[in-house]
Ligand binder design. Structure first.
Ligand SMILES: [Zn+2]
Ligand SMILES: [Zn+2]
Length: 116
């Protein structure tokens, strides 16, 4: 069987020879790089229970409340988003109205984009 000629690592600017998947040992494919795992998002019945508990505890939008407005909360928000290392636990959640939740999500997305 002919041995295919060694190819260089496909990582930009790398001169090492590829060992597997077109990458050298220093530049494994992104798939192999363990991403810091975001906390597991609670779903299903447990989520429903946590939502109910949250809105019972905080029926009003916390952000609106800070600004002196009274708005019924409809969204369960992670104070520190899971993507930013927050945990899916009661102490990291707050009740927000849709508008405040959207604004916060947008800010989080913008931060995530800037990090790249
Ligand atoms: Zn490389
Ligand atoms: Zn609000």
């Amino acid at each position: 069987m002919p041995v295919s000629a060694p190819r260089p690592c496909s990582h930009v600017g790398c001169r090492n020879l590829a060992v597997a998947g077109g990458r050298c040992a220093d530049h494994p494919r992104d798939l192999w790089v363990k991403k810091p795992t975001a906390a597991k998002r609670i779903t299903g019945r447990r989520l429903q229970a946590m939502r109910a508990e949250l809105f019972q505890r905080e029926p009003l939008c916390q952000e609106c409340k800070r600004q002196g407005r009274v708005t019924v909360a409809t969204q369960r928000d992670h104070i520190v988003s899971l993507e930013e290392g927050g945990e899916d636990i009661a102490s990291n959640t707050q009740a927000l109205c849709e508008e405040c939740h959207d604004a916060k999500s947008l800010a989080e997305r913008t931060r995530a984009l800037r990090k790249r």
